[in-house]
Design a protein around this ligand. Structure first.
Ligand code: ZN
Length: 431
């Protein structure tokens, strides 16, 4: 499917510079299939004004106020813009394909947030490796036409034992006793972080795992400060311990072994607990390269094609089985990419991976919109409904029939404004 030209989009949609309605004029979008909140409305209509949905229903049931612009979306499918509840944006210099100790910057974060907007993602929550003030500044002053940013600030682990990459480790708090752990959480609370992140992992026996006692202290102090706590996990027995300790959510599924009855009993006893699966890489396919080509210079696409990653399918398969089991049991499944090195396009790869596990496209879309927004605390996002932010994606094909249709993006709107995807892409792919 060739990418639509800007001129063709102008024919199909109002909102291009030549025919743009006056800023703030109400716009009635009519005729699309609307998938939102687990429901499908054929031949839908919705009215957008002041960056929000003012009315949503079947075509004919929504009145257009005087002066409203009508946009015909017949043949299109509309979904709420996605929310990525687990990422690490701001580090990789994508133009140079390089990440190290000093590549994180506000400019780089902004670039990544624009890439997210390009791929239909309205908001992202960075989990634990945001040094300095940049993430807080961007959260307070979002860039128009870019995704919103939430942040956990600096996450917590034993000293030198946090995130996977060596160059990220100094960013995390290293805590080794109760006083340090409580002080770190209070410092985060003073910065009004969106969540408290901890790493509970020994990295295949190479670092010291956060002790059960410290896990409890961090969770306790977070809750005392009205913050939720999320854990990076690897081992099933740690996940069980964290469930007993009152954890609010998991930034990964269990990755060492299949989950058992005891795990299921523990998680079902706490229905508010959510799991962000972010499944591991199962290989970059030709359709992924086609998608990535919208945001990477051709030389990088060639490099990705010529040096395919060697996925660890054992690691994928155990997580696939565990996710299928959690989903079937009705556990709250969220959505996140764990993006750090590859940014933006992997959001659609993750959707496809979740369907590959056995979740239905409808379940996966719900996880990536409504549930992800809910677990990130973004009440204005995740749905096409009255009072919510008019952040939505117009697709050329129905993702319920084939989840890869989320990649056939006709247009992205954030807070009611069309994202200029053609201009963004031109800037991204320039070597
Ligand atoms: Zn992560």
């Amino acid at each position: 499917m060739p990418r639509m030209s800007a001129a063709l989009i102008c024919v199909l949609l109002v909102g291009c510079s030549a025919s743009a309605p006056e800023a703030g004029a109400p716009v009635l979008y009519e005729g699309a299939r609307l998938i939102s909140g687990g429901e499908v409305v054929e031949d839908a209509a919705f009215l957008v004004e002041k960056g929000e949905f003012q009315a949503v229903g079947k075509r004919g049931s929504v009145d257009a106020p005087a002066g409203a612009v009508r946009v015909d979306l017949k043949g299109k499918t509309v979904i709420p813009a996605l929310v990525d509840a687990h990422a690490h944006l701001g580090w990789t210099l994508l133009k140079e394909n390089r990440t190290d100790t000093n590549t994180y910057s506000k400019e780089n974060l902004t670039d990544h947030l624009k890439r997210y907007a390009y791929y239909g993602i309205a908001a992202v929550r960075n989990l634990g490796i945001d040094p300095g003030e940049a993430a807080y500044e961007l959260r307070a002053n979002p860039v128009p036409g870019a995704a919103l940013l939430l942040t956990a600030g600096r996450g917590m682990a034993m000293p030198g034992a946090g995130p996977g990459q060596i160059y990220w480790r100094p960013v995390a708090y290293g805590v080794s006793n109760e006083a340090e752990a409580r002080a770190a959480v209070r410092e985060l609370a003073a910065k009004k972080v969106d969540i408290v992140k901890m790493w509970v992992d020994d990295r295949m026996g190479t670092v010291q795992k956060l002790t059960p006692e410290l896990r409890r202290i961090i969770i306790d102090e977070a809750h005392k400060n009205n913050l939720k706590a999320v854990a990076h996990i690897f081992y099933r027995e740690d996940a069980k311990d964290l469930l007993r300790a009152g954890i609010d959510g998991f930034a990964h599924g269990v990755r060492d072994v299949d989950i058992d009855d005891e795990f299921m009993a523990l998680i079902k006893a706490r229905p508010a607990v959510w799991v962000i699966p972010n499944l591991p890489d199962r290989g970059t396919r030709p359709e992924d390269l086609e998608l990535a080509a919208g945001s990477l210079p051709p030389a990088q696409i060639a490099r990705l094609r010529d040096n395919p990653t060697k996925p660890n399918m054992d690691l994928y398969n155990v997580q696939a089985r565990n996710l299928a089991k959690l989903s079937a049991a009705g556990v709250k499944i969220g959505y996140g990419t764990d993006a750090g090195v590859a940014v933006g396009w992997t959001a659609h790869q993750e959707l496809a991976d979740m369907v590959n596990v056995g979740m239905t496209p409808a379940q996966v879309l719900l996880a990536a919109t409504k549930t992800a927004a809910e677990i990130a605390g973004l009440s204005k996002l995740g749905g096409v409904a009255v009072g919510k932010s008019a952040s939505f994606v117009v697709l050329d094909a129905n993702p319920l029939e084939d989840i890869s249709n989320t990649r056939k993006i006709s247009q992205v709107y954030l807070q009611g404004e069309a994202v200029d995807r053609a201009a963004l892409s031109a800037g991204f792919v320039k070597p």
